[in-house]
Design a protein around this ligand. Sequence first.
Ligand code: AKG
Length: 325
Amino acid sequence: MNASMDSVPVKFQVADLEPFEESTELLGDPEELRARAERDGYLFFRGLLDPEPILQLRSKVLEILTEHGLRASDADPLDGKLDLARLNELSADQMRVDIGVTADVYTDLQKLPELHRLPHHPSLLDIYRNLFDTDDVFVHPRHIMRAMTSHPATGATPPHQDFPLVQGSTATWTCWFPVGDCRLESGPLVILRGSHREGCLPVGTGDGEGHWTNWGAQLCEHETNWVGGDFAVGDVVMFPSLTVHRSLPAAVRDEVRISMDVRYQRGGDVIEARSLTNHSDRPWDEIYQGWSSENADLMYYWHPDRLSYIPWDDALLEPGARRIC
Ligand SMILES: O=C(O)CCC(=O)C(=O)O
């Protein structure tokens, strides 16, 4: 084996980023949509979601940041400007480094019914019905909301596949969208086009820019087909769980980048039980406390009995052998 053929930490160059190809014109054509997904390992839609509910959610998120003293006092209502002095007083131990704020802030975010409503948007469900070729689309309740800040303990999300982290079925898809506009300098998600065809990659290098490199996917030097771009509110990118993706390092240091990532699968596919827990690690009873009856449809809809389970596999997250490129 030639050592130079081993996988190496791949440095990301923003200048090499190619734009996302839009798939909006394929929305009425499920076969073409599936063919595009199969070809590229992602689908990008401009203006898919109505901005109104997203901006309402943004305003609630920002209110919570204000309550926790993290917003700049001169910030406009929908502006994500932070009080950096307050942010930097927080110890690394308090931070959810994958989220960008403290565990307490994150629990408060998870209690917002609006956060749990958006993933059920009819436009998203329609796409997954077409992609999965079934009406039985299951929305994982374990939604992730990132409120990424420049706290020193946090960093860009390294290149990785969701499969080792979510497990269940490789046919599970992630949907990522910003909660507000998100330009390149705010650190949005980018996708390694075609990477879904490489199978489940060994973990254990990352690229040295992120902070959680033990689950980063090992990439080869030639794997540089990164695609991405500015997101406007309402734009959405989605991809299956073997597609490698990452976030860009944010050049803007004094603003929070708010986004959601949500998972979907066929109701008949296997699932790993953790996908039914809340991502803040708080019990659902606590998350749902105080919700009004108009949100009753969002509570416990994911009841465990209707699904088939596959156990968690620790081996998928054990840093393994070096990938041969
Ligand atoms: O938003 C991020 O920084 C990471 C998102 C992610 O990894 C995902 O959508 O699976």
